[in-house]
Design a protein around this ligand. Sequence first.
Ligand SMILES: Cc1cc2nc3c(=O)[nH]c(=O)nc-3n(C[C@H](O)[C@H](O)[C@H](O)COP(=O)(O)O)c2cc1C
Length: 353
Amino acid sequence: MVYLSPELQSRLSTPLKIGSVEVNSRVLQSPLSGVTDLVFRRLVRRYSPDSMMYTEMVNATGLHYVKQLPKIMEVDPQELPISIQLFDCRPDFLAEAAQKAVAEGADTVDINMGCPVNKITKNGGGSSLLRQPDVAEAIVREVSQAVEVPVTVKTRIGWSNQEINILEFARRMEDAGAQMLTLHGRTRAQGYNGPARWEWIGRVKEILSIPVIGNGDIFSVDAAVRCLEETGADGLMCSRGTLGYPFLVGEIDYFLKTGKQLPPPTAVERLLCAREHLQALYEYKGDRGIRQARKHMTWYAKGFPGAGSLRGDLAKIESVTAGVDLIDRAIEGLTGMGYAEGQEIEQRQAIAV
Ligand SMILES: Cc1cc2nc3c(=O)[nH]c(=O)nc-3n(C[C@H](O)[C@H](O)[C@H](O)COP(=O)(O)O)c2cc1C
């Protein structure tokens, strides 16, 4: 049983202030490349009406050379508040990209200074900016001058154990004009391995005046509360915990607001959500949507009898009909076993809202 102390509840009862933007939730849906497209964000939004969403990261150099905005920058006016995340190492291209992001409807612009992927870091973007604090600072200054909306930074604690420089780096980002810092408590060298080191989030929180958002290993309400208690962070960002589980941000938000835990979705509810996700991805992206849906489908199919073989089948689907048939058969099987006693998705939605 998770407990929400009156101190924590009262500390987090006011809106999250990101410069001039106020957000009525302390739980944020992280940017996830290949995942947080418009379709996924709509599902997360349904269960968490107030939370800040993030697009997948967008390459500023790429944007400079194309006339048409990429689909990953598309924002639905219904889904605000939203941040468009950019990556690059060129302050001028990032400033230009930020203006396009604002024109598209971004409430804030986030700069990715944490991505560990070689393809990104070897071009000077993502976490390699931790090793180029002068460039990182110039980026934040130039982008802040180019747009009226708040500019925020998402980063890691350092490049490696030998180069943990987040305290100085974070201070420099704040001085350059960043209006919020999200900190993933791992080094670049760690990738996604080992536990996130939340103690660094606490240390950064102690020295900054702008909001500090904790990130890394927030997989449950329980982890969320522990991270907030241990670090004093102003909010949390959920990442891998939302893969195949767009309920997480809403579950944590609801708990922080009420002290009560929502009943977890039943296996059938998760499969209904998977089916809707699949159909919406196809409508939005066509056949490419089907290919992308395969990984999502395997993330949903967990934790019930027969989930393993369903995952194997869903990983190979070639059409929506094939996916829907597999899911419907699994639902039928679970219903026969008494697994569908839970609420329908709409009921849960009504509770969450
Ligand atoms: C599939 C995947 C895609 C990601 N894409 C992005 C991204 O586009 N931008 C970003 O800042 N972080 C990205 N991240 C990092 C996450 O936002 C987050 O910082 C990291 O996963 C740590 O949180 P976790 O331990 O809760 O997963 C990605 C992570 C994963 C697993």
